[in-house]
Design a protein around this ligand. Structure first.
Ligand SMILES: [Fe+2]
Length: 145
């Protein structure tokens, strides 16, 4: 598997793991800000779901089979498991850290695709970076401590 495809598989696995974590927190969040966080997490996982499909199809367009299974994702992802004990504030902090982890996988994929003159993948990585930076802002703005 080529370097670009490998770096895309990393981003894909991380995005899938963050998708599931965001759904977990959508379902399990409690407290005074339940409604706004429940809704915000839904918007976030909807947008991650779209990204997952685009990333998977980019891997296919580059000629590789897309690797997608719970075992593969668990072995591959750098995103930590959801915290089942987390309160709303801890969920926000955890999501923030996970988006920052994903940003680092994206930076790497952007660098590799740039080095390989794959401007389509590079452009996709830039678009994903922009989306995650916006979510980081929203999560940070929602923190109370
Ligand atoms: Fe829901």
């Amino acid at each position: 598997m080529g370097l670009v495809q490998q770096s895309l598989q990393q981003v894909f696995s991380d995005t899938y793991a963050l998708y599931l974590k965001t759904q977990n927190y959508h379902w399990n969040v409690t407290g005074l800000h339940f409604k706004s966080l429940h809704d915000m997490f839904e918007e976030q996982y909807d947008s991650l779901a779209e990204a997952i499909d685009e990333l998977a199809e980019r891997i296919r367009a580059l000629g590789e089979k897309t690797k997608a299974s719970f075992t593969y994702f668990r072995d591959m992802t750098k995103i930590t498991e959801p915290d089942q004990q987390a309160d709303a504030e801890a969920m926000l902090h955890d999501l923030l850290n996970s988006h920052e982890q994903l940003i680092s996988s994206l930076e790497q994929a952007k660098k590799i695709s740039g080095d390989q003159d794959d401007s389509v993948t590079e452009d996709m990585m830039i678009a994903r970076l922009s989306a995650h930076q916006k979510v980081v802002w929203m999560l940070r703005a929602s923190l109370s401590r």
